[in-house]
Design a protein around this ligand. Structure first.
Ligand code: FAD
Length: 494
């Protein structure tokens, strides 16, 4: 019976609705557990869970979501959820890219576990979405979880909202998600005297986590910009000094606030007059500024050092950027004033009474970051082989290529890498030789840093994990198996 027929919603319906609309990470997990226990469903870690859930929840609101997810799940790439049904994956990090990878691996039928060291999703900062990411999230039912998702011409979302959407989809597809669990390293498989070899396991904190016994043959590292697993090298590119400031103000969604225009990227080269005026009137000197209206009023700008010194934000000039931006050398009050003044000027003083939103430490949400050095991993994947037990390790998201926030490349390239990694796992599960899998992955990775919406295939509806649907004229054999022997690592890493 359906609510449309005028029936009272039953308890499973209200539990499902509460899950759909939960607004905090812990609340999502709690609601989901309640729902599963009410329906007596065991969360299996695989896509079969989704099919059982679907048959238990067959009312109009759920059905609209199932239609979307069924359409995705029916894509030929997933081979009806059997492409990776014998593959066990561990994913490090429940940021947008870890969760997006988890979803693809679940559709492929893999057993997927995500570990996330934090317990809250607290980032107000807003991410720019490329057209294909909007299309992709819509196809996953984003609007069912977050009604305001990309309404009208909006092309952005706060990091925490994006995480919440993806967390919910991942759970529905059977992914196991453990928060408050930190990945610390790998346990090498030991050979027993009777010839059996143990699988790969992880060292986790807290050590008491039962997950320490979980054996997996694929590890996806999505731990963000500062996290790189053993065996990978990163290359730093040093550009000219770039100091980024992000800030969030409370959005009360008043009519006046709604009317203020967003700034989707005023770069100095395009609008010299604006920056000159800003400097003349306020002493603030910027390279660029972006303003998005979302849960908060979010601004990201690149500030010139001399103006930060002049306005007393940075106390003393120093040669190395780390000391320059170290907390002892930054006047927090002056930083708040600088960010607020820039926000006010750039919106023509139309946002009344700007008040800082608070970050997870309950401080005004303003941060200053160094973008002078951007790093990217030399390679996207490697295989470790210990006593014959093979482990495929892939990097995705910021852990693979660090994005420059004011350009908003993070989630665009991050999702592409998540799809590429899923494709790699599919090839791995199909029994392709490890060197062929690695060579193909590196061939695709070569393209990542140059990608933008302008040079990708135009038909975003056709995008799938298959790289040829996304990258025009890609040569999947640009790198040969003979060139990636160094990515097949036997035994321990020196
Ligand atoms: P992240 O979103 O960084 O997620 C990585 C996750 O892994 C985190 O949740 C982390 O807690 C977890 N983790 C790390 N190590 C471990 C471990 N050992 N074990 C378990 N879990 C682990 N981009 C913009 O375009 N604009 C912005 O304003 C902006 N602001 C940002 C502010 C902050 C504080 C950060 C960290 C990033 C910001 N970014 C911004 C970058 C943007 O968030 C990323 O590009 C995007 O979220 C995709 O990243 P990801 O999933 O690869 O990594």
């Amino acid at each position: 019976m359906s609510q449309q027929d005028g029936e009272q919603p039953n308890q499973s319906h209200s539990l499902f609705d509460a899950f759909l609309h939960a607004k905090q990470c812990k609340e999502v997990l709690g609601r989901f557990e309640e729902l599963c226990s009410h329906l007596s469903l065991e969360h299996t870690g695989q896509i079969d869970f989704y099919h059982k859930l679907k048959s238990s929840l067959n009312y109009w609101s759920a059905k609209a979501l199932w239609t979307k997810l069924d359409k995705k799940a029916g894509h030929r790439d997933y081979d009806q959820g059997k492409a990776c049904s014998n593959t066990k994956c561990l994913i490090i990090g429940a940021g947008p890219c870890g969760l997006r990878s988890a979803i693809e691996l679940a559709f492929l039928g893999a057993h997927v576990v995500v570990v996330e060291k934090r317990e809250v999703f607290s980032r107000n900062n807003v991410l720019h979405l490329w057209p294909f990411t909007i299309q992709d999230l819509r196809a996953l039912g984003a609007k069912k979880f977050y009604g305001r998702f990309c309404t009208g011409s909006l092309d952005h979302i706060s990091i925490r909202q994006l995480q919440l959407i993806l967390l919910k989809v991942a759970l529905l597809l059977g992914v196991h998600i453990h928060i408050g669990v930190q990945f610390k390293g790998l346990v090498l498989p030991a050979a027993h005297s009777h010839g059996q070899v143990n699988g790969w396991r992880a060292v986790l904190h807290p050590g008491s986590s039962p997950l320490s016994q979980y054996k997996f043959d694929v590890l996806i590292s999505a731990g963000g910009g500062r996290f790189v697993p053993e065996g990978f090298k990163r290359k730093e590119t040093r550009g000219k000094l770039a100091i980024g400031i992000t800030t969030n103000f409370i959005n009360s969604h008043s009519r006046t606030e709604v009317e203020v225009a967003e700034i989707s990227g005023v770069a100095r080269i395009y609008n010299q007059k604006f920056f000159q005026n800003l400097y003349n009137k306020t002493g603030i000197d910027l390279e660029n500024i972006v303003y998005y209206k979302d849960d908060t009023h979010y601004f990201v700008m690149t500030a010139k050092k001399h103006s930060l010194l002049k306005k007393g934000v940075i106390l003393n000039d120093k040669l190395d950027v780390e000391s320059l931006l170290s907390p002892e050398n930054v006047n927090q009050e002056a930083l708040l004033a600088y960010a607020k003044e820039a926000a006010n000027f750039s919106t023509n003083y139309q946002l009344p009474n700007l008040q800082f939103a608070l970050n997870h430490r309950h401080h005004p949400d303003v941060d200053m970051f160094d973008f002078t050095c951007m790093s990217r991993a030399d390679n996207a994947a490697l295989v470790r082989d210990c006593n014959g037990a093979k482990l495929l390790i892939g990097l995705v998201g910021d852990c693979l290529v660090e994005p420059f926030w004011p350009l908003g490349t993070g989630v665009g390239r991050g999702f592409l890498a998540a799809f590429d990694a899923a494709w790699m796992v599919k090839r791995w599960a199909s029994g392709a030789s490890p060197l062929d899998v690695l060579a193909e992955r590196e061939s695709i990775y070569q393209r990542l840093s140059q990608t933008s919406p302008d040079n990708m295939n135009k038909n975003v509806n056709q995008y799938s994990i298959d790289p040829t649907t996304r990258y025009p004229n890609i040569n999947l054999q640009a790198i040969k198996a003979s060139q990636v022997h160094n990515l097949y690592v036997k035994g321990d890493i020196d």
